[in-house]
Write a protein that binds this ligand. Structure first.
Ligand code: NAP
Length: 248
C-alpha cells in the first residue's frame, strides 16, 4: 500500500489513462478525487464502484481549462480530505488538422485544455503542498510533444510546453520537497486513439519497437512509480512510456 494516507487529485479520471491511474492509486490506498468534464454518469458510476470496494474516491465536475474553478476544486479537496499530496494533470484533448486548415478556435481549445490546464491546477496546489513540505506532481505530455506529428501542431505545442513547464516548476519547488515530473506516452489504446482503423494501427505497430500499442495501465503504473517514495530523488524528468518509440 504505497499511498496509504495520501490524497491524490487526478484530472480526466472518467475514461482512458486517467481512469487507470485512479484505479491504480486507489488500489494502493490513496484517497482520490478525480475530475471529468462532461461524462457525469460514467464518472459517478466509476466512483461508486470504487467506493463499494472500500476505496475513498470522489468524482468532481471541473473543466480543466477553468482557472477560478481550479482554485475552488483545490480548496474543496483540502477542506474535505485535509490536503493534497499528489496531483496528476492528465486531462487532455485533440483537435487534429494540418496547420494550413487549422482554425484559431481549435488552436486555442487544445492549448487551453492541455497546457493552461496544467498551469491552473499546478499553481492551485502549490500552497497546500508547500505548507506540508511534500508533493508529487505528474504532468501528462506525449511523444508527440517530443517528436512532433503532422496534423497535430496545436497538440504538439501544448505537450512540448508541458515539458518546459515541468522542468521550470521542478526547479522552483525542489527546495520544498515537491517533485514535478512528466510522462510522454506513445500510442495508448483509449477513446483518444479509438478512431484509428486496423491499417493505421498496423502501421503504428510496425514503428513501435515493442510491436504493440500501449494499455492505459502501462502508463498508470509509471505514474504510481513517480508518485511513490521510490522516485523521491527524481524531479524535472520526462519518462517516455511508448514501447521504445523515443530513445534518448
Ligand atoms: P481520453 O480517453 O479521451 O479521456 C480523456 C479524459 O480527460 C476524460 O476523462 C475526459 O473527461 C477528460 N477531459 C477532457 N477534457 C477535459 C477538461 N477540459 N476538463 C476535465 N477533464 C477533461 O484520453 P486518454 O487517451 O486517456 O488521454 C489522457 C491523457 O494522456 C491526455 O492528456 C492525452 O493527451 C495523453 N496522451 C494520450 C495518448 C493516447 O494514445 N491515448 C498518448 C499520449 C498522451 P470526460 O469523460 O468528461 O470527457
Amino acid at each position: 500500500m504505497r499511498f496509504k494516507d495520501k490524497v491524490a487529485l487526478v484530472t480526466g479520471g472518467s475514461r482512458g489513462i486517467g481512469k487507470a491511474i485512479v484505479e491504480a492509486l486507489t488500489k494502493e490506498g490513496a484517497t482520490v478525487v478525480f475530475t471529468y468534464k462532461s461524462s457525469k454518469e460514467a464518472a459517478e458510476q466509476f466512483a461508486s464502484e470504487l467506493n463499494g470496494s472500500g476505496a475513498i474516491t470522489e468524482a468532481y465536475q471541473h473543466d480543466a481549462s477553468d482557472t477560478e474553478g481550479a482554485q475552488r476544486l483545490v480548496e474543496h479537496v483540502v477542506k474535505i480530505y485535509g490536503g493534497i499530496d499528489i496531483l496528476v494533470n492528465n486531462a487532455g484533448i485533440t483537435r487534429d488538422q494540418l496547420l494550413m486548415r487549422m482554425n484559431e478556435a481549435d488552436w486555442d481549445l487544445v492549448i487551453d485544455n492541455n497546457l493552461k490546464s496544467v498551469y491552473n491546477l499546478s499553481k492551485a496546489v502549490l500552497r497546500p503542498m508547500m505548507s506540508k513540505r511534500y508533493g508529487k506532481i505528474v504532468n501528462m505530455s506525449s511523444v508527440v510533444g517530443v517528436m512532433g506529428n503532422a496534423g497535430q501542431t496545436n497538440y504538439a505545442a501544448a505537450k512540448a510546453g508541458i515539458l518546459g513547464f515541468t522542468k521550470a516548476l521542478a526547479r522552483e519547488v525542489a527546495s520544498r520537497n515537491i517533485c514535478v515530473n512528466a510522462i510522454a506516452p506513445g500510442f495508448i489504446e483509449t477513446d483518444m486513439t479509438g478512431n484509428l482503423n486496423d491499417d493505421q494501427k498496423k502501421m503504428l505497430q510496425d514503428q513501435i519497437p515493442l510491436k504493440r500499442l500501449g494499455k492505459a495501465d502501462d502508463v498508470a503504473q509509471v505514474v504510481c512509480f513517480l508518485c511513490s517514495t521510490d522516485a523521491d530523488y527524481m524531479t524535472g524528468q520526462v519518462l517516455c512510456v511508448d514501447g521504445g518509440m523515443v530513445m534518448s
